[in-house]
Design a protein around this ligand. Structure first.
Ligand code: W6P
Length: 397
């Protein structure tokens, strides 16, 4: 059958979200055949759903060299998985499947930086200006593309780690899940690595203070949860870099003793786990907080990447929007609360219960496709004068 037919067929299915608990159960009773049967359908479904959205991108982005390349990776990978559509789970096929999954994952390693390049190419072709509707559909798309990618890599990682030989390499780990992830360990690890960069760049860095609180009577410290430590590390590392930059730049490169420390609170309630990083880095205006999660804002003028010394500690790259996707992937979130003139609190929320931590997946349907037809809503609040079609006001004379 043709590629288009297969895309229509598989994009007609909704992806099946798994909870962390299901990933755990699946991994503990690891059955390679079951996993194979699940993935050879679920991977084409997730790939086809996002490929349908790639096709809806504005032409000026879709037809850049970079985005065409990303698109071709998806076509290849879709075809690679479809080879197994009717292949019996023989020993030979199971082995080839694991090898092909590795290949597919590596093919997509550079999706994020290549899409960023595509956005830059599009901006250049448009003379540096992109209209608001285009910008908002690109934001909508990239959130969905990267979330889809996070989820597909999670599925591939679980299968290849569990069945690619040496399944017990990670000690207590179940694939990339840690059933007893010590949050303070990951916090310290991310802090140390961010501090290393900060010291290198600024010759100074703020200290770290950790507090742990649990509202649950039976809980003892340290606070633990079932989670993907690499996802948590990614979020914390990104937030620490931002906080450190703010603190050091706000306090004018004072020496170590006078920099206000980063205060981290790790809290566990019935429903939520929160990790709050508080910095006294001078804060940011409230009007800027939403901007920090925008891909187009992030791809604005970049310093030359060839000169290592011009790379800032935290350049507002794609780090923050992607960190928030990692949190949202299992129904958590990242929230920034800033007091301009003082400092910023960054809060990572995670679900405390592994059966409530479900994958959040983009689904391709009529509603999602509407977002790609550039429409600017008529404003119905007074601040949107730009868009509002002016009505006569009954002036009081
Ligand atoms: C700031 C700006 C920011 C972004 C993300 C996390 C922390 C902080 N602190 O001043």
């Amino acid at each position: 059958a043709s590629l288009a037919k297969m895309l229509d067929f598989y994009s007609g299915f909704n992806p099946s979200p798994l909870s962390i608990k299901q990933f755990m159960d699946f991994g503990q009773n690891a059955c390679e055949k079951k996993s194979y049967i699940f993935l050879r359908k679920e991977l084409p479904v997730r790939l086809a759903n996002i490929m349908k959205e790639i096709a809806l991108l504005p032409d000026n982005l879709l037809h850049t060299r970079s985005v065409s390349e990303v698109s071709s990776w998806y076509v290849k990978s879709f075809e690679d998985v479809l080879v197994y559509e009717k292949a019996d789970p023989t020993h030979d096929n199971l082995q080839k499947f694991v090898a092909d999954l590795d290949l597919i994952r590596n093919r997509h390693n550079d999706v994020v930086q290549t899409m960023a390049q595509g956005v830059i190419e599009m901006k250049e072709n448009e003379g540096g200006q992109v209209d608001a509707p285009t910008e908002s559909s690109i934001q909508y798309f990239l959130d969905r593309l990267y979330m889809s990618r996070i989820s597909i890599r999670m599925l591939i990682n679980q299968h290849t780690l569990l069945f690619g030989g040496n399944p017990h390499a990670g000690g207590r780990h179940i694939g990339c899940l840690d059933p007893a992830c010590d949050l303070s360990d990951v916090v310290r690890d991310a802090y140390e690595n961010a501090r290393f960069l900060c010291d290198q760049y600024y010759l100074t860095s703020p200290a770290l203070e950790i507090q742990q609180h649990s509202s649950e009577p039976g809980d003892n410290l340290p606070i633990r949860t079932v989670y993907v430590p690499s996802h948590l590390y990614y979020m914390l590392f990104e937030l620490f870099k931002n906080s450190m930059r703010a603190v050091v730049e706000h306090h004018g490169h004072d020496n170590n003793d006078t920099l206000p420390p980063l205060k981290v609170a790790i809290c566990k309630g019935k429903e939520d786990i929160c990790v709050k990083i508080s910095d006294q880095g001078g804060g940011i205006p409230r009007s800027q907080t939403d901007q920090l999660f925008k891909y187009m804002y992030s791809t604005a003028p970049q310093p030359s990447k060839s000169d290592l010394h011009t790379v800032p500690l935290a350049g507002y790259g794609y780090g923050l929007p992607i960190s928030r996707l990692y949190a949202r992937y299992f129904h958590g979130d990242i929230v920034l609360l800033s007091c301009e003139g003082f400092g910023t609190d960054a809060i990572i929320y995670l679900k405390a219960l592994s059966d409530e931590a479900n994958e959040l997946l983009p689904i391709f349907n009529k509603t999602s496709s509407k977002f790609y037809r550039a429409t600017v809503p008529t404003g119905d609040w007074s601040n949107q004068v730009k868009y509002a079609k002016k009505k006569k006001t009954s002036a009081v004379v």
